[in-house]
Design a protein around this ligand. Sequence first.
Ligand SMILES: [Zn+2]
Length: 286
Amino acid sequence: MKYDKCPARGLPRRGVLGLGLLGAYQLAIAPSAHAPRSGTAARATGAADGKPLGPAPNGLRPAAGRTGAAPMTTSGGMARIAGPTRPVALRAAPHRTLRETGKKIALTFDDGPHATQTPEILRILRRHGARATFFVIGENIPWNRDVLRRIAAEGHVVGNHSYTHPQLDLISTPRVREELERTCELVAKELGAPPRLARAPYGMWHGPSLEICAQLQMEPFQWDIDTLDWDNRDQRFIEAAVVRGAHPGAIVLAHDGGGDRWATVRALEYYLPRLLDEGYTLTQPA
Ligand SMILES: [Zn+2]
C-alpha cells in the first residue's frame, strides 16, 4: 500500500501551529478530531469517516473526568521510550519489516491516542500479555494525556505520527520539521523522553522527511500488512488480513484513532490469540 490513508485525517493545512489555536479549533469547529474531511485520500477512496466514535467523541474531551482508567504514573512510559541517545542513520526508505529475526510480528496502531478506542485495545493487549506500538498524532495528546501515559506505562512503544497528520511531501520542509518536532516535544513532556520511532501520515515519506526524522533521532517505519481498517471497518476482513498475511518479521498497520475503529478492536480480540497460538511473539519495531 502506498498510503495508510487515515482518510479522516486530510486536515486543512494550517500554516501556523499554535497549540491553543488548535485546541480552540477542535473544540469550536471540528465536530470530531477525525470528522469527515475533503482531503485527497478521502476523495480517492470514497471513504467517509465521520460517524460518532462510540461512547465518547474522540479527542474532544480532556482526560480529566474519564473513569475506569488505572492510576497512571509516567515511570513505565519513561522506561519504555527513554534510554541512551543513539545516532540514527539517514535512510533512503523506511523500514517495512522488522529488523529482528525469528517468528516475531509487530502490531502498530496509528492516529491515536483516542479516549475510548485506545484503552480498549490496551485492555485486549494486556489480557494476552502482548506489546504493541502506537504512532500518535500530537494534536490528540492534550485531550488524551492519561491515555498516552497509560500506553507507555503498560509497556507499549509510543511513536511519532506528526502533529496534525499532513502529507509530509506536500508541505514545506520547515513545516515537516515542525510537525515532527512538536510531537516529539509533547511526548517528551508527558513521558520523559521523545519517541524513537516515526511513521509518516499516509506512509508518504520523502527525502526531507526522512532526513528530519534522522536528525530527530527517530527510525522511520512503514508496514507490510495493511488491515485496511481505515477503509472497510469490516471486522472479518481485518481478521483475515492479519491471520492470512502473518509472517515472521511482519509489521501490521491498524488504527486506534482517526474515526470509528471498533471493528479494529473486535478484530484484535480475534486475531491476537490466534497469532500467539501459532507461535508468534509480539514485538515492537526498534
Ligand atoms: Zn495516520
